[in-house]
Design a protein around this ligand. Structure first.
Ligand SMILES: [Zn+2]
Length: 477
């Protein structure tokens, strides 16, 4: 009776070039089985799975091992050893079965090795060790190819990042781009990323995880600060520079100007530096701005535990607190204090805006110097390439120039950040109190702090029930 064998075929991405399709592998294997008078009873076909990648499970390969071990098949025919096992680990599992079953059949179309013979197994181990190395090389080649494409400014594959069209990564999605720009303006005006994240989740903006509306904080931060926004091509998170030392520009439409993007990045970085850890949102407008009129300790807002929707009780109050090191003797209902302060602040800022115009858009004055340093770097790299200077000379000269360039770039980012920030802030000059209270709390607080350094709340005296504005003392900057 004819021996029953299984045929194993696999096509990997590396095969794309040589068109060694699964169908042809299978035909050749079947032909070989016929020649040996074996009966091919089953075909195991792993499609487009690299035997080299460790974490990839080849389902059919696993099934074949099982069938061979259980005796359902009595041998294997494959195109070559490379298709069958590139990982030493896989080969060892296969060899183990052949050790246990000395009569099992084995053949490859290329006749490169015979696992059914002990010598063949030794040979196979050597071959797989080499193949494994060449796969590493192939993997490196693929990586280099990606890098090469990136250097040419070619876009990487995958789903479009937020801001660009789903069906064409090179085209800006106008609605998403507008959402990004609006959020960036908010960042410059002092709004936290967490606040934007919450708003985006409510409005269905951004790129939430599939099936949810949720986004990670760092994900939102990335959307708002990604180098892709100005058209910079990145590779593994780093901005790629070309041979001239300039960033490689991608082939897609940018969303930000360089000035806009650098300003947002600088604002985000600065905030992280200033307040590491202090990321808790303040809930009340004057928390920490208000101070006790008696002991001068900072006062925080507190929710009134007796307040319920529809009740007449105050929703929150500012209360000097012993817990925070205060005297605990001064407190005031929150809303009237906030309203009073906001009216005063908005009036003050209207007056100031009338005198002081919005700062005009200005070019950073040292751009020429930066261009010159960039050009120097480009010339140095060029000189090394054409062998006018040695690598070691290049490496002696380059670091100073690079430091100079980075310092100038940082200065440029700060310049544009300050400019964009004052533009964003000037926009609050003509708000109504209602519009003001619609702003995110950070922006409200930031607006107040531009006019006031503190608000002193004086003791109300015994039995006084009505709110007395004269006992609230704004300290003007
Ligand atoms: Zn006090």
């Amino acid at each position: 009776m004819a021996r029953k064998v299984g045929i194993y075929t696999r096509i990997s991405r590396d095969d794309e070039g040589d068109a060694m399709g699964v169908a042809r592998q299978r035909q050749d294997c079947e032909h070989l089985a016929d020649l040996r008078s074996w009966q091919a009873v089953k075909v195991y076909e792993d499609n487009d799975v690299s035997a080299f990648k460790r974490n990839v499970v080849r389902d059919e390969f696993e099934l074949m091992l099982q069938d061979l071990r259980s005796g359902l098949i009595q041998g294997i025919v494959a195109y070559d050893l490379d298709r069958l096992a590139r990982q030493p680990r896989d080969l060892e599992r296969l060899i183990e079965i052949y050790d246990e079953r000395p009569r099992a059949e084995f053949a490859t179309v290329t006749n490169d090795v015979n696992l059914a013979a002990p010598d063949g197994r030794t040979m196979a181990r050597v071959m797989v060790a080499f193949a494994n190395k060449s796969s590493h090389d192939a993997s490196r080649r693929i990586k280099r190819k990606h890098l090469e494409l990136a250097r040419q400014g070619r876009d990487s594959g995958g789903p479009a990042p937020y801001g660009w069209c789903k069906d064409d990564r090179t085209k800006v999605d106008p609605k998403a781009a507008q959402a990004i720009r609006t959020a960036q303006q908010e960042i410059l005006a002092g709004v936290r990323i967490g606040t934007i994240r919450t708003r985006w989740q409510e409005e269905g903006l951004g790129n939430p995880r599939a099936g949810t509306k949720r986004m990670a904080h760092h994900h939102v931060e990335h959307i708002l600060t990604s180098p892709r926004l100005v058209g910079y091509r990145t590779y593994h998170g780093e901005i790629l520079t070309g041979d001239d030392g300039e960033p490689v520009m991608g082939e897609w439409e940018p969303i930000n100007t360089l000035a806009e993007w650098e300003a947002v990045c600088a604002a985000v970085a600065e905030r992280k530096q200033q307040r590491p850890g202090q990321t808790l949102a303040r809930k009340y407008l004057l928390s920490g701005i208000a101070r006790c009129g008696l002991c001068k300790t900072k006062i925080r807002g507190q929710v009134n535990p007796r307040w319920k929707p529809g009740s007449k009780a105050a929703k929150y109050s500012y209360q000097c607190s012993v817990v925070n090191g205060g005297c605990g003797k001064v407190g005031r209902t929150g809303e009237p204090v906030d309203k009073l302060i906001v009216e005063l602040v908005l009036e003050d800022q209207r007056d100031k805006a009338a005198v002081q115009d919005v700062p005009p858009e200005q070019q950073w004055p040292r751009q020429g110097e930066l261009d010159a340093v960039q050009a120097d770097i480009g010339r140095l790299l060029e000189a090394e390439k054409s062998r006018q200077i040695t690598v070691s000379t290049l490496l002696q000269l380059l670091p100073d120039k690079e430091r100079e360039r980075d310092a100038l770039k940082l200065e440029r980012a700060r310049f544009y950040k300050d400019q964009k920030q004052s533009q964003a802030r000037a926009a609050t000059g003509d708000l109504s109190p209602t519009e003001f209270f619609d702003l995110p709390i950070e922006r409200q607080r930031e607006t107040v702090l531009r006019s006031l350094s503190a608000v002193i709340i004086h003791p109300a005296g015994r039995g006084r029930r009505t709110f007395d504005p004269t006992l609230i003392d704004p300290v003007w900057r």
